[in-house]
Design a protein around this ligand. Structure first.
Ligand code: UDX
Length: 434
């Protein structure tokens, strides 16, 4: 099939590469010229595990191309996927749909033959109706359907998730569009669950899922606060809860609060959308407020540990909003660092992938270390903010030799508390009286 993808971000690019790998002819379009030039020169514009190999393979095979021309991408396409950003409005926190509207208006001019316009971007319930109206207004004669095709890819695991989805949700009010989707997703037939639902339900599923996961993280973080006071161990409690299949063992890792380009944005958008319908989503509103507070509380824990020596060097490991990605958007690490910077101008940071993106946000306020050990050199305290696997196996002996004082604040529970304490560190983590 011929597919046009509008937007080459964390959703559009991995989806385009995945669909090309399935044998489709995919053309990705983006307004940002530099991005398209880089992609056409064979350079990836974002880091995703496993993306590069498939990207190169499919470009070489002639199944994957990139352009700034909407006409080139859309003319002759069977399916047009909308994967543009829906960032939060700075004041209202509602999803800002300007890029969706602009893309719909532009693509409408080039529709020829029956086309399915599928929204992959996370959009408020009812946006499909608006897109339909916009396209109809621009091209009254066009033969098309607008469907909702929500994306559940996790950053850092986008390629894995593309090929192993938990489910494929298709929100369509037309059986003709469903037939096209059956053809597009035929390789997944029998391997995953398909949900054929109303377009509005599909739009709601995406928000309801992300808000639930955010709430689950907030829940385990509150339990961690409780465990710290009650002498229980959150890791054991989470394991005990997670073995109940009704609860499930995923998203029960206590930490410094959730971040990223989706959860903060989508929980806010969901709460605002519901308010417009006159519904208060109290659980979600509390989750948002408490998650924001949590990051300041985490910074306080670090500051309390260095109050006797505020000039002492702080070594920070992890800047990305989670392990496996170079993305620092809405990263709890960034929020915590901003708080720490109010108290210290002696901070060294290290992240395996996110140094460049972090530098754009932090500038010269911190020192950028080439590895864990350079960050720890002469440090008073070591703080772990992102769950990178490589932080699990730190050479504690070497770190002890490098540091001036021997304090570790592990906000991702990456280290083995007993082993760290045995190595002579003052160790604190989340959800246990360490
Ligand atoms: C999320 C959704 O999971 C995905 O389905 C959707 O399509 C996009 O948004 P992503 O933003 O890539 O994916 O990250 P995710 O893995 O969900 O983590 C989000 C945040 O929650 C991170 O800051 C992470 O560190 C935090 N988190 C996650 C926890 O603190 N504890 C957990 O147990 C899980």
């Amino acid at each position: 099939m011929k597919i046009a993808i509008i937007g080459t971000g964390y959703v559009g690019l991995p989806t385009g590469v995945g669909l090309a790998e399935l044998g489709n002819e995919v053309c990705c379009v983006d307004k940002i010229k530099e991005k398209i030039s880089a992609l056409n020169a064979g350079e990836l514009t974002l880091y995703e595990d496993g993306l590069e190999e498939l990207f190169k393979k499919n470009v070489k095979a002639g199944r994957l191309s990139f352009t700034t021309s909407m006409a080139k991408a859309v003319i002759g396409a069977d399916v047009v996927l909308l994967a543009v950003g829906t960032p939060p409005h700075p004041e209202t926190k509602e999803a800002d749909l300007q890029y969706i509207y602009a893309a719909a208006k532009e693509l409408a001019q080039y529709l020829d033959g029956y086309t399915v316009i599928a929204t992959k971007s996370t959009v408020p319930v009812g946006t499909g109706d608006e897109i339909e109206e916009i396209v109809r207004k621009v091209s009254p004669q066009a033969d098309f359907d607008v469907i909702s095709l929500p994306e559940f890819l996790r950053e850092g695991f986008a390629i894995h998730d593309f090929f192993h989805p938990d489910r494929i949700v298709v929100g369509a009010n037309s059986s003709k569009a469903c037939e096209v989707m059956k053809q597009l997703y035929a390789p997944f037939e029998g391997k995953t669950e398909f949900l054929w639902v109303k377009r509005r339900s599909s739009e709601a599923i995406k928000y309801a899922s992300n808000a639930f996961l955010a709430m689950k993280i907030h829940y385990i973080n509150e339990m961690a606060n409780f465990c710290e006071k009650a002498g229980a161990d959150i890791n054991e409690v989470a394991k005990g809860m997670g073995t109940d299949s009704r609860i499930g063992n995923k998203f029960l890792n206590a930490g410094p609060g959730y971040g990223g380009s989706c959860f903060p944005k989508d929980t806010n958008a969901m709460a605002q959308m519901a308010r417009k319908y006159g519904v208060r989503l109290n659980l979600i509103e509390t989750t948002i407020a408490k998650n924001d507070e949590r990051k300041a509380e985490m910074a306080e824990r670090v500051i309390a540990k260095i109050k006797n020596n505020p000039q002492g060097k702080i070594a920070v490991l992890g800047l990305a909003f989670k392990g496996g990605t170079d993305d620092c958007r809405e990263s709890p690490a960034m929020d915590i660092l901003k708080e720490l910077l109010k108290h210290s101008n002696n901070i060294a940071v290290y992240d395996p992938k996110a140094m460049q993106n972090a530098e754009k946000l932090l500038g010269n306020q911190v020192m950028y270390a080439k590895d864990v050990y350079e960050a720890c050199d002469e440090a008073e305290i070591l703080v772990i903010l992102t769950e990178w696997e490589e932080f699990r196996n730190l050479d504690l002996h070497r770190i002890r030799g490098l540091m001036k004082a021997h304090k570790i604040v592990d906000l991702r529970n990456m280290l083995n508390a007993d082993a760290v304490k045995k190595s002579g560190f003052d160790y604190s983590c989340i959800g246990m009286n360490s």
